[in-house]
Structure formats: C-alpha cells, structure tokens
Design a protein around this ligand. Structure first.
Ligand code: SAM
Length: 363
C-alpha cells in the first residue's frame, strides 16, 4: 500500500483528476503526490519515520487534498452533552477516574439531558453526542430511554431526527445491540493506546484486548464506530503512534479522535509533559491518508493547546462543541481547561464563523 494508492482511487480516472487539479489551480498537489508516491504506510516503523520528518509540509498538503477529494469542504458540527462524570474506572491520565476525590460528581437527569439536546437540535445541530464516565447508574435500559428521547426531537429541522452518538465506555455486546435497537447511530470508544504494556500501565482497570473486542462488537452490531488515541502519553514512542494508526485502519473505523494528552494535576500523571500538538496534527494527517473517508474531529484537547492554529488544514472534517449546562461543565474535568459560559445558539454561530473564516463550510 502506498500513499499514492490511497490518494487516487481506481474509480477516479485521470482526466477528472487532471481537470480537478487545473480547476483548483493547485499544481503543487500533483507534485506533492509524485514526491510522496513511494512512501509506505505498512508498518509502525514506516509511520514512525514519516512522523519524524523534519518538514511535514508535503504530507499536510496531501492529507488536506485527500480530505477535500473524499469529504469535501464541509465541517460537521456536533453538540456534545457530558451527562455524568461518575466513573468506575481508574484510567490514570483522566480526571474522572474513580480515585479522584477532588472533583464533585454529578449526573444529569433524563429530563435535563432531553432539554439540553432539544436546545442543541433547535439551534441546528444535527448530531448529539452523549458522553459520560462508566457509570453503572446509567444502565442500558436508562440509556435506551434517553436515546429514544433524543431521537424523538425531530420536529425542528427538515433533516429528520438527530443522529445520536454514544460515548459511555465499555459495555457488553448485548447492551451495545440493545442501544442500537433503541436508535443510537454511532459509538465512540477510543482505544487510547495500541501498545499492550503501555495500556496496562495506564489502565489498572482494564485490558487492551477487551477494549478492542468492544470495538469489534460495535462494528458487528452495526454502529458507525469511532476509536482514537492520545498523543504524548508518558512512555509512548513514534512507533506506538504508528501502531495506533494501523489499528484504526485494521478496525476500519468510521471515526477517529486523535488528540494530545493533557496532564491533569488531580491524577497520578500530574506534572507530566503535555502531548505535542504538532505530533497530534501529523497523526491526524496520516489517519486521513489511511482512512480517506473517516470522520476525523479536531479534538478538544488539540483546540485547547493550540487555539491559534488553523484546525482544518491537516485532514480533519469534524468539530465538537460542548453544550453541557454550566452547572456541570466545570465538573466534567477530564483535564484542566477554561470554558466560557454556555449559550448554545451564540456558541454555534461563533463556531460557524470560525469554520467560514478558514474557508470551510459549516454543517
Ligand atoms: N467513558 C468514556 C470512554 O471511556 O470512552 C468516555 C469518557 S472519556 C473521559 C473520553 C476521552 O477523554 C477518553 O477517550 C480519553 O481519550 C480522553 N481523555 C481522558 N483524559 C485525558 C487527558 N488527560 N488528556 C487528553 N485526553 C484525555
């Protein structure tokens, strides 16, 4: 498999391709493709070498071109509701881990979740992401009712019921299937790191094998499935990132969230260095080459660490916006960050302006 093979699918014949290049007046893209056509993305080592390039400019341009060719200029906006920060797991990088006694725990009620989702849908969001810690209170049955509430919010737009994405951690295959029946469309479950030993060090509460099995279950029961990982975890190497990227490909993920690790002072990883935003951008660019049609978000952690950089010029095509009510937003403290007060309508307009500022089309 070569980068060239990914960029130019067999269905796209040369004439169209040449016309596209002429029309876009982007001669350098042709040159870029020629220059990188022999680069291999077959092994973690291949990818590590690429990530380590002094000048990554050509790969960024190529990733942006692949994004344009397969996904167009649209940037999809998703509203995310963080409805519970109660978590039974002990992921040592995460502020929600159950050993952290320094955050106040909350659960939104079914009605609060529905009302927040209603406001998001009325504001024009077409996708609602429901995220939480692994909270046993939210059984599949309770979650199913919430999914049903959100799917029923279809009277506001002419686009039909909203898409519902769940991100509530590891459940059984039966529970995933039940929630799919209740109307959930997509599921996000990052594998976090594809290195077995590193995974075990970071997760006293679980095994990489189980995480991957969950991802396979999600695919098999019919979800659009998203995985992803963090950049800059202590002990991670460029080859680990290569493994991470190849795992996304192997799982045929429809979505992948790749963002820098942010050290949280209330966790055992307090004082560790934050992940590199440059490396995160490079990893997203390679994900775009490996999975041309995947939805790749600009992760919140990347936007927090690099607020001034163009978030849309390296392959990403999705952005999430918190719509979590103010009384809960601060407490959903995965890592330290400052958020302004939520105003769902105003925030969405600002996001649209930002997307247009970078010559992309908000949706
Ligand atoms: N419980 C769900 C799960 O396990 O997928 C969703 C909630 S979890 C808090 C959401 C994501 O936050 C994780 O997948 C992880 O990648 C990210 N995360 C947690 N701590 C982080 C940190 N310190 N820096 C960057 N990302 C972090």
């Amino acid at each position: 498999m070569t980068v060239y093979g990914i960029v130019i699918p067999s269905a796209c014949h040369c004439l169209q391709r040449d016309l596209f290049f002429e029309n876009c007046a982007i001669k350098t893209i042709k040159e870029t493709i020629m220059a990188v056509k022999d680069i291999k993305l077959d092994t973690p080592q291949d990818i590590a070498e690429l990530l380590d390039l002094e000048d990554f400019g050509q790969i960024y341009r190529l990733a942006d071109q692949v994004r344009n060719e397969h996904m167009g200029d649209t940037v999809h906006m998703r509203a995310i509701i963080e409805f519970s920060n109660v978590c039974k797991r002990q992921c040592i990088y995460c502020g929600l881990n159950k050993s952290n006694r320094e955050i106040s725990r909350f659960r939104m009620s079914r009605r609060e979740i529905e009302e927040t989702a209603r406001q998001a849908v009325m504001a024009g969001y077409r996708t609602v992401v429901l995220q939480s810690g692994e909270d046993d209170y939210f059984t599949a049955e309770r979650l199913g009712k919430i999914v049903g509430d959100v799917k029923a919010l279809d009277g506001f737009q002419d686009t039909g019921p909203p898409i519902v994405t769940l991100s509530c951690g590891e459940l059984t295959r039966e529970e995933y299937a039940y929630l799919k029946e209740k109307g959930a469309d997509r599921y996000l479950l990052k594998h976090e790191t594809a290195d077995d030993a590193l995974y075990s060090r970071l997760h006293p509460c679980g095994e990489l094998k189980s995480r991957i099995n969950c991802l396979r279950d999600l695919k098999e029961v019919g979800y659009e499935t998203g995985s992803g990982f963090m950049i800059g975890l202590p002990g991670q190497s460029l080859e680990t990132v290569g493994k991470d990227l190849l795992l996304l490909k192997e799982l045929s993920c429809e979505m992948a969230g790749i963002g820098p690790f942010i050290s949280n002072p209330k966790t055992p990883l307090a004082g560790e260095q934050n992940g590199s935003t440059e490396l995160a951008r490079r990893a997203v660019a390679i994900a775009r080459l490996l999975l041309p049609k995947a939805n790749l978000p600009v992760t919140t952690s990347l936007a927090i660490l690099a607020p001034e950089e163009n978030p849309f010029d390296f392959g990403a095509n999705v952005i999430m916006k918190k719509v979590t009510p103010d009384e809960y937003k601060e407490a959903y403290e995965i890592y330290p960050a400052e958020y302004s007060k939520t105003n769902i309508v105003r925030d969405k307009k600002e996001l649209e302006e930002k997307i247009r500022f970078y010559n992309r089309v908000p949706k």
